[in-house]
Design a binder for this molecule. Structure first.
Ligand SMILES: [Zn+2]
Ligand SMILES: [Zn+2]
Length: 311
């Protein structure tokens, strides 16, 4: 290379590097469906996140009245959305009617249900029964410790959830969020949102996933990522034990699939993932921990089986 070309190449290098970085999305070695993708404000915004983190498809969490918004995404980006779940305010008397209608309109599950009620209270019990009747899975956010002074708690009492698994054997329960994942360790005392450090064997979540065919786990959010990151000696065995029961999702709020925008807003306990894309972080963790076949099961196969996705 002569001196002039060399100088030109040097001048172009930062631009080339930047462009490559902006374009490169990870290759996960096959299709991946994000089963905890909250419907975004525009059709494009959904696809921007998926493409940014190299995720091929989404199973979208939406509202009972989201049928048109979902149809718009499906029309503009055919094949990207493999299904959607509907949520409604379960503390209101019309929740059952609204969710039943949503299923008639094409929703394939309930969720996520994140309300200030007890996990064994009448509001959620009605939803467990309805989910069984309509033969759809139900995704519940369990949280015993507020992230902020005003946030409150959600579906409390996970430690006693065995009674619900027994009472509603035909319901496909999907566990999610802080208390579901903190209870991976037997020493969780409902005291912090995201416990750190070594996991004590025999946690409620580990036990219930093993003992009850009607309980599944959603790997999404800081809660899921934290639980799988905190004790690298524990994680491979846990993923192997429940390889057919765990479903990949991100619950990521970054805009671009690269950690951009505001990630983990209003959740100081999750600052370990601030500025990061949760979708990428958890996929990287799984990829580095399990075999390619298990990775495919966790990120594609289980969702198709448990959620009965169409593609
Ligand atoms: Zn949640
Ligand atoms: Zn993201």
């Amino acid at each position: 290379m002569n001196r002039r070309l060399f100088t030109q190449a040097l001048a172009a290098a930062p631009f080339v590097a930047q462009t490559a970085r902006a374009q490169a999305a990870p290759d996960w070695g096959g299709p991946v469906v994000d089963c905890h993708h909250h419907l975004r404000r525009t059709a494009e915004a959904n696809i921007t996140h998926l493409e940014g983190c190299g995720v091929s498809n989404a199973m979208v969490l939406a509202r009972e009245n989201s049928v048109e918004a979902i149809a718009a995404v499906q029309k503009q980006y055919p094949g990207k959305v493999l299904g959607w779940f509907a949520s409604a305010d379960i503390t209101k008397p019309d929740a059952e009617a609204l969710l039943t209608q949503a299923v008639k309109n094409g929703a394939i599950g309930f969720g996520e249900l994140k309300f200030h009620v007890e996990a064994a209270g009448p509001e959620l019990r009605r939803m467990y029964a309805l989910a069984a009747e309509l033969n759809v899975p139900i995704l519940v956010h369990f949280q015993e410790v507020p992230h902020t002074p005003t946030e409150g708690v959600f579906a409390t009492g996970f430690k006693n959830f065995e009674a619900m698994l027994k009472a509603y054997p035909k319901t496909r329960f999907i566990g999610h969020a802080d208390a579901f994942w903190a209870n991976i360790s037997a020493d969780y005392a409902n005291d912090v949102d995201y416990p750190k450090g070594k996991i004590k064997k025999g946690g409620v979540t580990d036990k219930l996933l093993g003992d009850y065919a009607n309980l599944y786990g959603d790997l999404a959010a800081n809660s899921g990522n934290n639980a799988l990151s905190r004790d690298p000696e524990f994680t491979p065995g846990f993923l192997k034990r429940h390889q057919s029961k765990l479903i990949y999702g991100s619950d990521c709020s970054c805009t671009d699939g690269r950690g951009g925008g505001v990630s983990q807003q209003g959740n100081p306990g999750a600052s370990r993932l601030a500025g990061k894309c949760v979708a990428r972080e958890t996929l990287t963790l799984l990829k580095n921990t399990v075999s390619p076949a298990a990775f495919k099961q966790l990120t594609w196969g289980n969702a198709h089986k448990v959620y009965r996705l169409k593609a």
